[in-house]
Design a protein around this ligand. Structure first.
Ligand SMILES: Nc1nc2c(c(=O)[nH]1)N[C@H]1C(S)=C(S)[C@@H](COP(=O)(O)OP(=O)(O)OC[C@H]3O[C@@H](n4cnc5c(=O)[nH]c(N)nc54)[C@H](O)[C@@H]3O)O[C@H]1N2
Ligand SMILES: Nc1nc2c(c(=O)[nH]1)N[C@H]1C(S)=C(S)[C@@H](COP(=O)(O)OP(=O)(O)OC[C@H]3O[C@@H](n4cnc5c(=O)[nH]c(N)nc54)[C@H](O)[C@@H]3O)O[C@H]1N2
Ligand SMILES: [Mo]
Length: 762
């Protein structure tokens, strides 16, 4: 096979610089780092002007994470990593016909993800013709005609797959799902399938809604906040501000994580320097270094300890829940020995956590990928729900569940219909608003889509944003599956590896980003998004588009709709004025009544959330549900390790901004393997030794070479490496029960040592 054709990232031979692990997050280095990224990419004036529009009421929603904005905003509502996301989108549009003339696909495949992204914004539509070595320019109308013809010649609508990444606005996502359903399938896999799908499934069954139940304001009324399997210092830096404020109001914080992530230790808000407040604040009162996958055992231990002293809210349990007595009895069967060995946490520490839980009359539990991307992702989240239900911590101020979402509009996309397995009631409502019959057969999620491509069952694959190849598991297998598709289309802003590993024919369609002015026939447009806490609000780009050849996402979908099913909807009207899209959404979606009017209110509006608003649970029985789960089997071969794949401080998913994982003290090289020092010495490994990894799952193996060993504070038997490089090790078939999310945090691997050693930098 030709180099790079298997979709994996090329080996990284750069030097590696190690510095001490940072104790304090944010502060002056963060402020400087954000300015620095901006200035390098877009110049000083534009940097300042742009950053001052982030998350403002009349500005644009930060394309970084989905953390909500406070009602009373300062002019400083961005963080270091949001600033990087903004700067990255504002780069010059250098990726054009000249660029692709100069670089063949074969050559581009040898480049790093960092290099690909740093080439700038994509300027014009491009086509990679069958058997061609280079992309070439194509007119918009020809590209759209080509897609339409390819879809029209499919002999079954299930042969088209339509992926969405979570930056897409509500308007674009709504039109896109209407088009796909109009074409006759629910084939709408999205990044959520790899992200919070486990949260949605776990919460829907137990509390009757697949979303969190807290407001930002609740953080100021909480007594206790659990941060489980989440690294907010890097991935949701503005959450640290909420945690700081919660602490000022007297809350205690517990961080449950195999790694002592920096943000949860000491924190300094960059803005505090302006008021000459130089003190840092310790955020986490207790750090619980759980073993990877050990949370279910840990939570059972905490609840077992609380049951002993009858620490639960009986009146809440009796009036609002079902299943408590069976649940209580089930804890008797769990042995302390198993709890301690699975979690890696001593009974003494579990007792301390239980005491803190008992003392709290308002507890919030936050979590992210450390819980969702496990075989028992749904079950372990339901253990968290059990703990909150025991104390009546749902539907009460200062308390509730808080799955912290990733992409800035991933929650909104699902709300408006990006969903491969829609419920009957959702489809019925859509039918009333859209006036056509919806397909009922469930579509492919991400993993099923890859299997379908692999089985030659897909003719057309369209990706509304994202980087499907690099974000999905089993890179080599996914690459080979994608190459069996007739036409692959990437609707993108920046160059990534999915543009290089393609179907027989490939298109790149460049679109406006969040930050850019969207001018249509009726004037300047805004779009809407939903944050992690169910607030729907406006986002309006202000910067001049980087190229005159970009379409907006809603216009692009409307153009396809006009070609593919002209009689279905008023496509022409939609791109002229997005109010007309929102009018249809009002009629088609629950909670969106008077959409155009309500979303123009200063802070947008809140979607209904029965558990939070009225302590109502729309489950099968009308009550919240205690659930019982057996513990996952954590045994692996004695000489094997468990690997988790994590994000560095200088990346946004598969987009690599730079090579500094500043808080963890790792610089210059991303192919690193964090390992416990005792495990290293037991195997005779030294810092910077190079090892190969093999992952094992149900008798199958995947290999990945050239990983640099770095000693780190991580539980024994556990390893950590960066995503997307390590995705070649994630088995496609290793997915969470019920949610089918790839188990990116639980990969059984063996190591083989080569004689190589990376020399130290002078
Ligand atoms: N700057 C920046 N911001 C981002 C992103 C980004 O890439 N860059 N990505 C966005 C997206 S899409 C998402 S989904 C979020 C992701 O946000 P996070 O979920 O915070 O991201 P990860 O790096 O995957 O980190 C998972 C954390 O879980 C811990 N962990 C792993 N396994 C276990 C376990 O078994 N138990 C426990 N308790 N902890 C475990 C890891 O040590 C790590 O701290 O961030 C969003 N925001
Ligand atoms: N091993 C492992 N794998 C994982 C994870 C993990 O923790 N470990 N995390 C998973 C998670 S949580 C997620 S969410 C997925 C992420 O999966 P994706 O959402 O598919 O990936 P991203 O890297 O966020 O996509 C980046 C690309 O999106 C495009 N883009 C950016 N902004 C826009 C825009 O405004 N419009 C359009 N049309 N395109 C845009 C750019 O071209 C950019 O290159 O990865 C998953 N994969
Ligand atoms: Mo995500």
């Amino acid at each position: 096979m030709k180099e790079g054709a298997d979709g994996t990232t090329p080996p990284d031979m750069n030097t590696l610089r190690l510095t001490s692990v940072k104790k304090t997050a944010a502060g002056i280095p963060a402020a400087l780092s954000s300015m620095n990224h901006g200035i390098r990419k877009m110049g000083l004036t534009k940097t300042v002007r742009t950053l001052l529009m982030v998350n403002q009421k009349e500005g644009f929603d930060c394309p970084g994470c989905a953390w909500p904005d406070p009602t009373h905003r300062t002019s400083f509502e961005f963080c270091e990593n949001g600033a990087k996301a903004v700067a990255d989108e504002s780069m010059k549009a250098n990726v054009n016909a000249t660029f692709f003339k100069k670089h063949s696909i074969a050559e581009l495949r040898k480049k790093s993800d960092f290099w690909l992204n740093s080439q700038g914004r994509i300027a014009q539509p491009m086509i990679l013709k069958k058997d061609s070595t280079h992309y070439e320019a194509i007119e918009w109308s020809d590209a759209l005609d080509f897609i339409s013809e390819s879809i029209q010649t499919m002999d079954n609508p299930m042969r088209g797959v339509y992926y969405t990444s979570g930056r897409t606005s509500n308007e674009a996502a709504f039109l896109y799902q209407a088009l796909v359903r109009g074409l006759g399938s629910n084939n709408l896999p999205d990044c959520s399938n790899m992200c919070h799908e486990s949260s949605g499934k776990a919460l829907t069954e137990t509390i009757g809604i697949g979303k969190g139940t807290v407001h930002l304001e609740d953080f100021n009324h909480a007594d206790l906040i659990l941060v489980v399997g989440q690294n907010p210092g890097t991935n949701h830096p503005r959450m640290l501000t909420a945690l700081r404020d919660a602490k000022k109001h007297g809350a205690k914080i517990i961080s449950i994580n195999p790694l002592p992530e920096t943000g949860l230790q000491r924190f300094k808000h960059p803005q505090d320097y302006m008021t000459a407040d130089f003190k840092t604040m310790q955020l986490a009162d207790l750090f619980v270094p759980v073993r990877i996958g050990g949370d279910a055992a840990l939570f059972k231990g905490i609840m077992k300890e609380m049951m002993k002293s009858s620490s639960y809210d009986l009146s809440f349990i009796e009036t609002k829940t079902n299943g408590f007595s069976e649940f209580k009895a089930s804890l008797d069967d769990v042995q302390w020995e198993t709890i301690e060995s699975d979690s890696g946490i001593s009974r003494q520490m579990i007792r301390t956590i239980a005491e803190m839980c008992k003392e709290s009359s308002a507890t919030i539990a936050c979590w992210a990928m450390g819980l969702t991307q496990h075989r028992n992702g749904v079950a372990v989240i339901q253990e968290v729900v059990n703990l909150l239900l025991m104390g009546g911590h749902i539907g009460r101020p200062g308390a509730g569940v808080c799955p912290v979402r990733g992409h800035s509009n991933v929650q909104g996309d699902r709300t408006v219909g990006i969903w491969e397995a829609p419920s009957e009631s959702f489809l019925e409502k859509l039918e009333r608003g859209l006036n056509f019959e919806m397909p009922r057969e469930h579509g492919f999620d991400v993993v099923h889509a890859i299997r379908a491509m692999d089985a030659d069952a897909v003719d057309v694959f369209i990706a509304m944003g994202g980087n499907f190849l690099s974000a999905t598991p089993d890179t080599r297998r996914t690459a080979s599956a994608l190459q069996k598709v007739g036409l692959t289309v990437q609707i993108s802003t920046k160059l990534n590896r999915s543009h290089l590993i393609t179907g027989e024919t490939a298109l790149i369609l460049p679109v406006l980003g969040r930050t850019e002015l969207d001018l249509q026939e009726s004037g300047e447009q805004f779009v809407t998004v939903e944050n992690s806490m169910g607030v729907v609000h406006r986002s309006k780009g202000t910067l001049k588009p980087v190229s005159s050849m970009l379409l907006s996402e809603p216009s692009l979908v409307a153009e396809l709709g006009r070609r593919l099913c002209p009689e279905l909807l008023e496509w022409n009207q939609f791109s002229k004025n997005y109010d007309s899209i929102r009018d249809v959404m009002s009629k088609s979606l629950n909670g969106f009544e008077n959409y155009n009017q309500r979303v123009r209110e200063e802070n947008g509006f809140l979607l209904p959330n029965p558990p939070r608003d009225d302590c109502q649970f729309n489950t099968a029985t009308g009550k919240a549900l205690f659930t019982i789960h057996s513990l996952p089997d954590l045994c692996v071969r004695k000489d094997h390790f468990i690997l988790m794949t994590i994000r560095s401080h200088d990346q946004y998913n598969t987009t690599i901004y730079g090579l500094h994982d500043r808080y963890r003290g790792v610089h210059g090289n991303r192919r690193i393997l964090l390992m416990n020092a005792l495990d290293m010495s037991e195997r005779g490994l030294k810092t910077r030794d190079i090892v190969d990894m093999t992952s094992h799952f149900e008798g199958t193996k995947r290999h990945s070479s050239h990983w640099i060993v770095v000693p780190y504070e991580i539980p024994r038997g556990n390893l950590a490496a960066y995503f997307p490089e390590a995705n070649e090790l994630v088995p496609l078939n290793s997915t969470a029960d019920i949610s089918n999310t790839p188990t990116s945090k639980w990969i059984e691997v063996s190591l083989s040592t080569s004689i190589q050693h990376l020399s130290e930098e002078e």
